[in-house]
Design a protein around this ligand. Sequence first.
Ligand code: ADP
Length: 311
Amino acid sequence: MNEIKIFAPATIANISCGFDVLGCCLESVGDEMIVRKTQDKGIKITKIIGEELPMDIHKNVAGVAALALLRKYSKNLDFGFEIEIYKNIKPGSGIGSSAASAAGVVFALNELLNKPFSKLELVEFARKGEELACGYPIADNVAPAIYGGFTLVKNTDPLRIVELPLLDNLYTTIIHPQIEIKTADARAILPNKIKLGDAVKQWANVGSLVHALHTKDYNLFADSLTDHIVEPYRSKLIPKFEKVKKSALKAGALGGGISGSGPSIFTFSKGNQIAEYVADTIKSIYQKTNFDFNIYISKINPEGIKIISIH
Ligand code: ADP
């Protein structure tokens, strides 16, 4: 095995009530990466297509995550690696652009090294990349990218990830207004203290959302998609947020909110047809503004990163 090409998926973190803990993985939106063994030792990023991002391995999340993995690899390597990144997910979109690169590279290296590391260890390495991107080693995007489906970050130190079941017919419609909100900035506007009453509502929703996934209860899932803590602050940064959310619900969506730290807005629907209808509805709202935007429709991806080819 000398070369691997992978699909590194976009992800939705927070999922309304689960700030920093809940996340899920997308099926049809994501980057591609090629990682190849080289005679020269060490790692290099040799190509980045689609976005202007640093090639320096200490400034690109892929390089930082790769270094974290190689530092823990016990055997001496008489070869190195080169990384090619084909970006489709815009940095700062809120759908896990940095996480896709960080998770993708450690997954690929693990395959080329004959899988010495567990999924949990891969998340540990990948979140070192997230620390570079936003200042915190958050795992709520890299965990669903690596595990697939829905995940919950139970603990950060020591790291513990809980894999949650999936609703089979769940689709997401995401609108990405082309404005950049850096995760670090979106965190800075959050309050340090929250009201106990809001916290009570929030953890009730996290519990019921997890129960809804286990019992395949779409109504309870929909009823749990409310954020009493973060959304009131961050939604102010996103044009037409309230209108998009309300119209999506009217069009049949189960619920929605801010994807990660925004500006993307996600909605969930039962089935592709409703997800398409929601997309048309949201599109018509944004077409009346001066903002450029992208719309994505995707099934939730049960397996996470996918191998496209390996040889
Ligand atoms: P997102 O939620 O879309 O990942 P973040 O704000 O968390 O947005 O991360 C984007 C930041 O990470 C940008 O400042 C970007 O320059 C930096 N970055 C470094 N390497 C990468 C990479 N390979 N892919 C995406 N972003 C990267």
